[in-house]
Design a protein around this ligand. Structure first.
Ligand code: CP
Length: 320
């Protein structure tokens, strides 16, 4: 596997889930693959879970790990061609990328959407330059439009806790005080579309996700109807994706508190589990009692990030 951005990169999902179970039961069993191999993790944005779980996964596999926080200690990077670099950016991405590639065997990259220019973000302009110029396999640690390590961990968690063969999974928009990217809901929708689940998306009008990711998913604007019979509620905020409202790309269209997931919402479900990728702002996305309840899966979900990362890195090491 040379790249990991979309669900198709992993091939057969049932096989990937079997491999995840194998890795979870024997997470130090593949160390020969990573001996004398180096992972470089590059962060343009903050992280807690991705940073720790991916580093842990690489160490489980016997790898050496280097972490670069681009905005904390590295030269500021220019990303555009044709500019006169007489500002505060000392180095061009086109030199920095092959240099970084020369020090490692695999690259993980986090580079969020700017939420200003939809075309720039949805073309994955930054990350694609790493794919093109690094000479190394590259995996997403959340890019402008996708967060596949999170979606894979979410799927592993749903597979572990599902109460029936084909559970109902609902992705619900929830309010937030800051404009957030669409990477997590995009990937979650893409992965649920490929999984053996009954998938419904609910959000206020104007928050329609890009159809590239949602495919044939059912969209139900009535949150109560969407939650009826749900076995899993996956809450997430996202800003306007600009699909039906192009001029509003990246904006907050509403902060309607009626969409906050509280116990009344969870009572609409079929004894459903609550999920969120974290970090989460309590009181906006979810109430204290719901996230602290025995039906909250946020901690096992985060723990499975180590497993999703280990499967992905393992596959990349196997094809080096
Ligand atoms: N869920 C997730 O990616 O968390 P971090 O932003 O802390 O890495």
């Amino acid at each position: 596997m040379r790249t990991f951005f979309n669900v198709e990169d992993l091939g057969n999902l049932a096989q990937a889930l079997r491999e995840a179970r194998e890795v979870k039961n024997n997470r130090y069993g593949f160390q020969h693959l990573g001996k004398n191999k180096t992972l470089l993790m590059i962060f343009f944005n903050n992280s807690l879970r991705t940073r720790l779980s991916t580093q842990k996964a690489a160490m489980n596999l016997g790898m050496n790990v280097m972490v670069l926080d681009v905005n904390a200690g590295a030269w500021k990077l220019e990303t555009e061609r044709g500019v006169i670099m007489n500002g505060d950016k000392s180095e061009h991405l086109l030199e920095a990328i092959p240099v970084m590639g020369s020090y490692c065997d695999l690259i993980g990259i986090r580079s969020f959407a700017g939420l200003v220019n939809r075309e720039f973000d949805y073309a994955e302009t930054i990350v694609n330059q790493f794919v093109k110029h690094s000479g190394r396999p590259v995996f997403a640690m959340e890019t402008a439009t996708v967060h596949p390590l999170q979606a894979f961990a979410d799927l592993i968690t749903i597979d572990e806790y599902k109460p029936c063969r084909r559970p109902k999974v609902v992705l619900s928009w929830a309010p937030h005080c800051r404009a957030l990217p669409q990477a997590v809901p995009n990937s979650f929708a893409q992965w649920m579309g490929a999984a053996d689940v009954d998938f419904v998306i609910t959000h206020p009008e104007g928050y329609e996700l890009d159809p590239t990711f949602t495919g044939n998913a059912v969209i139900e604007y009535d949150q109560r109807k969407a939650f009826a019979g749900a076995h899993f509620v996956y809450a997430k905020n996202w800003s306007c994706p600009g699909v039906t409202h192009p001029a509003d790309y990246g904006k907050i269209l509403t902060e309607d508190a009626a969409w906050t997931i509280d116990s009344k919402h969870m009572n609409w479900t079929d004894n459903g589990y609550f999920m969120h990728c974290l970090p989460v702002r309590r009181g906006l996305i979810v109430t204290d009692d719901v996230i602290e309840s025995p039906r909250s899966l946020v901690i096992p979900e985060a723990a499975n990030r180590e497993i999703s990362a280990e499967v992905v890195i393992k596959r990349m090491l196997e094809t080096l």
